[in-house]
Write a protein of this length. Structure first.
Length: 472
């Protein structure tokens, strides 16, 4: 009965969104893509033409971001930004390897190429992260587990947490101060590692199994369900739903793996059940909001929540519909704000911030940066439209409701329209991190192309193909 009610409600929402166009539709920056940037779903042939166009221009080529050692050998992870016409981002923080980005990249490579080089690159990436954590971070975890370190204090304690960014070329820690209280990044790693094991691509044994046990116990000890971490956007300490989601997804995926393989959990006997219960209860209380505590950092809509819908699949369809409805607040004419009142890459950001636009901020410093924002001038990020499209694709594949296919096409259209034009100083045919206001013009920011955006678009195209195959 509840399922029938949801289908009716979700279909009604989809119909209303289609009729009122929930997201603005700007002219594509690439004229070659204009005929595909329409509201009616593409055909399989047309989708193939789009993919061929993107392939011919290297739009989705993430190999440009592969980290290499001094001898030019691929070390496994990817830098956040790939090579563009202005260089390789060497020396900037975007040349680092984030766990969060890399795990989403690894999952996307596996999903879209499960029997080819994509899967091999995925396994190499996840193995490099596991090696980094085992070599450099396991001792930090043990200090917390043994009660020797309290990592829930002031900014000086944040470096005592497992590091969620490292130097991809060497596999070493980046020793500069950074806000490492990012539980979502650990959750993404654990979840993606489980996905590869569940697909029989990378059995979970030995040190990797031991590492996941340590991480689950770590999340329990710090009470991650009530931990005020930095969330997806590494700022504003709070209880973030987008951080709870990956941790819950990892917990459920490991339980599924135990059931499938007979694995014993290498952690305290009740750790997984405690995490499952506590995280589920907290998420149910917070969603579809991103933050309700502390009140000063409350957010009723945050685009990071789309990842709980896809690819994590950690919310039910009813909550997914509520999240999608909230995300309309974030939708702009080019792409989507991370959240409203987001000051990162606000108008004339580099002139306001100085030489390092990727500078990291403490909670106190953020108050100064936030004061620079004029409402409506938030940067518009290109990560999210592909994921909204992919999620609508999963809904269509499940229900066969035409409204969902139309919405899948709508958000794929927006994602394609945001690919850079010939006037982009970083190069044409690229997937941006975000467009921001520079003077009176919306321009791609410096972190172009962003590998996270590339892989999100790759997954969106994959899900569109699955949806079109359902129609055949």
């Amino acid at each position: 009965w509840a399922r029938v009610v949801w289908v009716v409600c979700a279909a009604a929402l989809a119909e209303a969104m289609t009729a009122t166009s929930p997201a603005q539709l700007g002219k594509p920056f690439r004229p070659e893509l204009e005929k595909y940037c329409r509201l009616e779903p593409l055909s399989l042939q047309e989708l193939g033409e789009v993919k061929d166009l993107l392939d011919s221009h290297g739009t989705l080529d993430v190999s440009r971001a592969k980290c290499k050692d001094k001898d030019g050998k691929f070390t496994g992870p990817f830098s956040a930004s790939a090579t563009n016409t202005k260089g390789e981002h060497t020396g900037s923080s975007m040349f680092g390897s984030w766990l969060r980005d890399n795990c989403i990249i690894a999952y996307g490579l596996f999903l879209t190429d499960p029997d080819g080089q994509g899967c091999e690159d995925s396994k190499a990436c996840i193995n490099s992260i596991a090696t980094f954590l085992l070599t450099h971070e396991a001792h930090r975890i043990e200090l917390v587990l043994g009660g020797h370190k309290d990592v829930k204090g002031a900014p000086e304690t944040w470096m005592d947490r497992p590091h969620i960014r490292f130097i991809g070329e060497t596999g070493l820690e980046d020793t500069k101060w950074y806000n490492h209280k990012q539980n979502d990044a650990l959750g993404y790693f654990m979840w993606c590692r489980c996905q590869l094991a569940l697909a029989d691509k990378m059995p979970l044994t030995g040190d990797h199994l031991k590492l996941l046990g340590q991480l689950f116990d770590y999340l329990r000890v710090i009470e991650c369900w009530d931990d005020h971490d930095a969330g997806h956007w590494e700022e504003h300490s709070a209880q973030h739903a987008s951080s709870l989601g990956p941790c819950l997804a990892a917990t459920k995926a490991f339980k599924e793996l135990m059931k499938k393989t007979g694995l014993m959990a290498p952690c305290k006997t009740d750790t997984l059940d405690i995490l499952d219960l506590k995280l589920s209860l907290c998420l149910n209380e917070i969603l579809p909001n991103e933050v309700i505590r502390p009140a000063e950092n409350a957010k009723d809509a945050d685009s990071a929540l789309i990842f709980l819908c896809y690819p994590l699949d950690v919310v039910d369809d009813d909550m997914g519909a509520k999240i999608l409805e909230r995300l309309q607040k974030c939708m702009g004419h080019v792409a989507m704000a991370r959240y409203r009142k987001d000051s990162y890459w606000c108008k004339n950001y580099k002139e306001l911030i100085g030489d390092d636009p990727t500078k990291h901020f403490t909670d106190e410093e953020l108050k100064t940066r936030d004061a620079m924002l004029v409402a409506g001038e938030e940067a518009q990020w290109c990560l999210f439209d592909p994921m909204v499209s992919a999620y609508y694709g999963k809904l269509y594949q499940k229900t066969k409701k035409a409204e969902f296919l139309k919405l899948q096409q709508l958000f794929l259209r927006r994602a394609l329209a945001a690919i850079t034009g010939d006037d982009c100083k970083f190069g044409p045919w690229m997937c941006c991190e975000a467009y921001y206001l520079h003077g009176d013009k919306w321009e791609p920011n410096d972190n172009t192309p962003l590998v996270w955006t590339q892989i999100d678009l790759k997954m969106a195209l994959y899900e569109m193909e699955q949806s079109l195959l359902v129609m055949v």
